[in-house]
Design a protein around this ligand. Structure first.
Ligand SMILES: C[S@@+](CC[C@H](N)C(=O)[O-])C[C@H]1O[C@@H](n2cnc3c(N)ncnc32)[C@H](O)[C@@H]1O
Length: 470
């Protein structure tokens, strides 16, 4: 019979770097690389090893012998269990230092690109209550603490409304207070949970695929507007109306209350119909004088204050004049396109989510912008020779793709179009570096400017300005 090999703990490991997902990393005397959940550079720890991977070991802190000078007390009681924040135990100054290093390392190691200038990372002025969008999952299988499992009292209520535990697809940690979102969405989430428990509404069981309440998305804006979107696994008119009416009574200032009946296996809302229960089907955000209507399926930067900082920096780096033709590829709600419109002759946005493009066009019209046009579709199919013929040769191309970066065909087309400048904005320096490794055949990387949009997580945004060699 095969027995599971016990992995021996590792003692007095010096953590000297950051690995995937923000984990601390150290090296044993015999050269084994160890990723440690919750550890940060400067810590010395004994490690319980949980997994052996091909090139490294993974574990968690057993004993913290020496604390890094960058350690601080986490603000959140859920920290360490919840998958949302990975770095609340690290000073913000140190977080910025590691984010800067991550960007620089990715560009030099993965992309092997020569960067003329690495500008110092721009941090956030507000490091808490910055996030305008939260997606919570209902679960009939709450993650239980060690004390709950081993205590004398039987756990009666196993329901939860919160976030996934990292690496456990069916376990949800019940969130009482999330410090990276504003106060009001916290109150809404807790009121929903209290009502659902009181009325015995069933919470979703991801294993058995049953239960009524599935997900809850709450979005807020700096203009004080609130959007709440529920996903129910099946229709139950009485239960649904009871819950939604309760919410309307408790929070009359919710701007948009919507729901989806999603009977599919996954939670993605992109192929689902939305039903508006109360108010409008959008909420409104602003960047300076520009206003943007945000619909549930459309992307909007999750840190609105820092989004403005990001866009201002991008515009400054672009250094265009009013005769410029600009492409804003992966435009979302057309925010960058509209931000830049008054500084150029014409801007063309491309986005794959149809709802977002409809909203982008309406936003532009309401903002009095008449030199911005938008096309809907997959970049790979839309960004062809005909596109350039139709809209004119660009003086600047802005690309802001999702975490996966750009498809190879899109990069090939960028090389073919030979725009004098490209501004590559990315929320994933690894895929950005991979794409730059191809673009560098034709482009010089003038400047890399990291901007922190996501305090207390390992994520970072990076703008790169590319100049065409010929
Ligand atoms: C990181 S967001 C950037 C949005 C916008 N630039 C902003 O600052 O709000 C990436 C956008 O690309 C869109 N997208 C993803 N894949 C795409 C594709 N293959 N073709 C076109 N758009 C795509 C997403 O829907 C999303 O709106």
């Amino acid at each position: 019979m095969r027995t599971k090999k016990t992995l021996l703990p590792i003692n007095k490991l010096v953590i000297d770097g950051i690995a995937q997902k923000g984990k601390g990393v150290g090296r044993t005397d015999d050269g084994q690389v160890v990723f440690v959940q919750g550890a940060i550079p400067g810590d010395v720890v004994d490690v319980t090893i949980l997994k052996k991977r091909r090139r490294h070991l993974e574990g968690r802190i057993k004993t913290l012998h020496k604390e890094s000078p960058d350690r601080i007390e986490p603000k959140c009681t859920h920290f360490g269990i919840c998958g949302g924040c990975s770095w609340q135990q690290m000073s913000y100054e140190a977080q910025l230092k590691h984010k800067q290093k991550e960007v620089n390392d990715a560009l030099s190691r993965i992309g092997d690109v020569d960067v003329n200038e690495y500008a110092p990372i721009i941090g956030c002025s507000d490091t808490f209550a910055y996030r305008n969008k939260m997606e919570f999952s209902f679960s009939a299988r709450r993650w239980l603490t060690f004390e709950e499992i081993n205590g004398d009292n039987k756990v009666e209520d196993k329901t939860a409304l919160g976030f996934h535990i990292p690496g456990m697809w069916d376990k949800i940690v019940d969130i009482e207070h999330c410090h990276i979102q504003p106060e009001f969405p916290n109150e809404i989430r807790n009121a929903v949970k209290a009502y659902a428990r009181k009325e015995n509404l069933s919470f979703f069981d991801a294993r058995d695929k049953e239960g009524f309440l599935r997900t809850l998305m709450i979005r807020s804006t700096q203009l004080g507007e609130i959007m709440v979107v529920f996903q129910f696994f099946h229709e139950d008119v009485e239960a649904r109306e009871g819950l939604l009416n309760h919410l309307v009574d408790q929070f009359p200032n919710i701007t948009s209350l919507q729901y989806i009946i999603n009977e599919k296996a996954n939670d993605s809302i992109y192929d689902q119909d939305l039903h508006c229960f109360k108010g409008s089907n959008y909420i409104t955000e602003h960047i300076g004088k520009l206003q943007f209507r945000i619909t549930p399926k459309a992307f909007y930067q999750t840190n609105p204050v820092q989004a403005e900082v990001l866009y201002a920096k991008a515009l400054e780096l672009a250094a265009i004049d009013t005769s410029a033709v600009v492409y804003d590829l992966y435009t979302g709600l057309g925010t960058i396109a509209q931000y830049i419109a008054h500084r150029c002759k014409k801007v063309v946005g491309v986005e794959s989510v149809p709802d977002a493009v409809v909203a982008a066009k309406e936003n532009a019209r309401r903002n009095g912008i008449n030199n911005a046009v938008f096309e809907v579709g997959d970049m790979r199919k839309v960004f062809k020779d005909g596109f350039v013929k139709k809209h004119g040769s660009p003086d600047l191309i802005i690309v802001d793709p999702p975490r996966d970066g750009m498809h190879k065909d899109v990069i090939e087309q960028l090389l073919k179009v030979k725009s004098p400048k490209i501004l590559y904005i990315s929320c994933n320096p690894s895929t950005q570096a991979r794409d730059l490794a191809i673009l560098k055949t034709q482009y010089i990387v003038e400047i890399s400017q990291a901007v922190d949009m996501f305090p207390h997580t390992q994520h970072v945004e990076n703008i790169v300005l590319l100049k065409c060699k010929s």
